[in-house]
Design a protein around this ligand. Sequence first.
Ligand code: NHR
Ligand code: GAR
Length: 215
Amino acid sequence: MKSIVILISGRGSNMEAILDAGLPLNISAVISNRPDAGGLATAARHGVPTCVVDHKAHATRDAFDAALAESIDAFAPDYIVLAGFMRVLTEGFVKRYPRRIVNIHPSLLPAFPGLHTHRQALATGVKIHGATVHLVTPTLDHGPIIIQAAVPVLTDDDEVALAQRVLTQEHCIYPQALRWLAEGRVRFTADDVVEIAGINVSSYLGEQQLLVPKE
Ligand code: NHR
Ligand code: GAR
């Protein structure tokens, strides 16, 4: 069975969805860059080893990423799973784990990379928003896309309401993406586009119910 290490910075609801999904994966550890991350207690409750690599204890991004890599490598995971992990990783770190770092980003990439995606979506006036699971490359939020989920933006939405609607979908698509990785179904075309062996992802997405309000 393949193994993963999950990196978090906060609440850890995506991490918990992954722990609860019964995936055919060994979850070797949860690592947080913040000692006060709520997700650490949740991981411990699930019996998963935890550790903290505090970015504030390191003078540079290179020093933090070196310490993070050392902690990760002790578990020798197949994949590194970013679940609400809030530190941009250096090119050196990303290149150490080619196609082995996965992230969930709360927008329909390539729209709204970076931070405050729900605020960006509301300010732009998009009517459809969502979340993306992708592989991490040195360019922030630009790696090959594994799965996406869409939600409607409703007239009365504020950032909190929209974030909650997206988060519900995140908890569904992240375990699904990791199941495909666990099963060895994730392939890449010559252009680095992801294909899922044996699954038509479009039909999978077609099962989602977008709410279209009546007149
Ligand atoms: N690193 C690389 N190289 N590539 C990606 O695609 C990455 C990454 C590291 C994290 C997650 C990401 C997201 O899904 C992610 C993807 C943090 C920031 C950020 O600006 C941006 C994007 C993401 C995560 N962080 C600030 C920083 O200075 C700190 C913000 C904070 O601590 O609250 O690192 O959106
Ligand atoms: C999630 O919405 C995740 O997509 C997002 O932060 C939230 C973390 O929640 N990630 C980013 O914004 C990365 N920059 P969680 O800790 O409860 O999973």
